[in-house]
Design a protein. Structure first.
Length: 437
């Protein structure tokens, strides 16, 4: 661990990064928190703005910034910079020749999320339970294969599509249309140059996230995400419309099964291939009658899963992030509150296909005055002194409570105090979940 105050660079500007920034800012060990995206007003209140261009093309400028400002720890939030190898590029301090700490996997490790075809190969090689699937680059061959199946398969773009590259068709005709849309019409651009046709699993979907320092694991409290846009899991897939934590649908026995049959074999496979991985392993799972099966892997905190996790974190976030980055995860104290957490996403009109921006947001102060509530900024910015919408998912309204029902009531009470034109939200996040945390 680092002696003295720790200077941190946070990369990313969404709700996940606001949650991380707030958690980091509470650490007594923090020196200065620097951030690449202080256009997010939540992050701007907590961090010093990076004053050099932030892009893959000029990544050397960010590396020089880290050297100049003696950055000890880099925390990379989003998937895109991880998939572009930013962790590798920022790890070495050119002034000292020594490695700085980076929370986030190497380029090769990030391939688990950036390339679903590669992830499928890793799972097969490690005997990790997952759905049957096959990859295609040609729409005709994909449709020919689909017609040999008894029911429509899930259609997935293999590249990074911001959580929206998965289509779950109801009919064979819908599946064929999805294949043509992605491979022929380029619905997801470069992310959809190749698709994965995958058996549709039936059961309950949950997210299990674990910290890993490359040799050991710390499994985080299970979260349950709501991906579809509308109540009752209707409408298109999104990046996530809400989360509750802990998930009452996955018990300790199942969690041990997931650790034993999914996370440990995956970590062993990465180590065999000498792949550097210091960060978050995120397993999207379906709890089927035959056991837990992997739908996908991500290589960073989920958004919005990160918000309730950080809201429940009681121990020092900076200790946790540094220990993950420097290989001492087994030695650090990580504690979460016994309270339940519910996060409700407020989205803009037109999300997820064509979100409208620029609408003035009111009621933020009143919402944050509701007991147990934190409002995380995801897609907002300040224009002429007013906070306006600046993305599809605008805010993550997160509440803690002694029971799930109390957390849920507080979250929705805060949501109803916030207004902007075209506000979208689901009204059934954590509905009927009665278990105490």
């Amino acid at each position: 661990m680092i002696d003295g105050p720790i200077n941190v660079l946070l990369i990313g500007g969404g709700g996940r990064e606001h949650a991380l920034a707030l958690a980091i800012s509470k650490s007594p060990k923090l020196g200065t928190l620097h951030a690449t995206h202080t256009g997010n007003p939540g992050i701007a209140k907590l961090a010093k703005a990076v004053d050099v261009p932030v892009s893959h093309e000029e990544l050397y400028r960010l590396a020089q910034y880290c050297d100049k400002h003696e950055i000890h720890l880099v925390v990379i939030g989003p998937e895109d910079p991880l998939a572009q190898g930013w962790a590798d590029a920022l790890r070495t301090n050119k002034n000292t020749g020594k490695d700085r700490l980076v929370f986030g996997p190497s380029l090769k490790g990030a391939m688990l999320e950036a390339d679903k075809a590669y992830a499928k190969q890793v799972m097969r090689g490690a005997s990790i339970p997952t759905a049957e699937g096959k990859t295609f680059k040609d729409a005709g061959f994909a449709i020919e294969y689909l017609r040999t199946r008894d029911e429509p398969y899930v259609v997935k773009a293999t590249g990074l599509a911001k959580g929206k590259g998965v289509i779950v068709p109801e009919t064979m005709e819908d599946a064929e249309a999805a294949i043509k849309s992605i491979l022929r019409d380029g619905a997801f651009g470069e992310a959809g140059k190749e698709i994965l046709l995958e058996e549709r699993l039936k059961g309950t979907e949950v997210s299990v996230l674990a910290l890993t320092d490359g040799s050991s694991l710390y499994v985080l409290p299970a979260c349950q995400d709501h991906k579809r846009l509308m109540d009752g899991d209707k409408g298109p897939n999104t990046g996530g419309m809400g989360v509750f934590c802990p998930s009452g649908t996955i018990d300790e026995t199942t969690m041990r099964e997931v650790e034993r049959e999914v996370l440990v074999p995956l970590l062993d496979a990465l180590r065999r291939d000498e792949i550097e991985f210091h960060g978050v392993l995120y397993a999207g799972l379906m709890l089927t009658p035959g056991g837990a099966k992997v739908l996908e892997f991500n290589v960073r905190f989920g958004d919005p899963e990160c918000q309730p996790l950080m809201a429940r974190l009681e121990s020092d976030a900076l200790d946790m992030l540094c220990a993950t980055a420097d290989g001492s995860l087994e030695d650090v104290d990580i504690r979460f509150s016994d309270q339940a957490a519910v996060c409700v996403v407020l989205a803009s009109e037109g999300y997820p296909d064509n979100p409208r921006t620029g609408d003035v947001i009111s009621g933020l102060k009143a919402a944050e005055e509701v007991e147990g509530v934190t409002v995380y900024h995801a897609g907002t910015k300040v224009v002429n002194g007013k906070v306006v919408t600046n993305g599809g998912r605008v805010l993550g309204v997160t509440a803690l409570g002694d029971t799930m029902e109390q957390a849920r009531e507080r979250a929705y009470r805060a949501c109803d105090l916030i207004e902007f034109e075209g506000k979208q939200l689901r009204r059934d996040i954590a509905l009927g979940v009665t278990a105490n945390a």
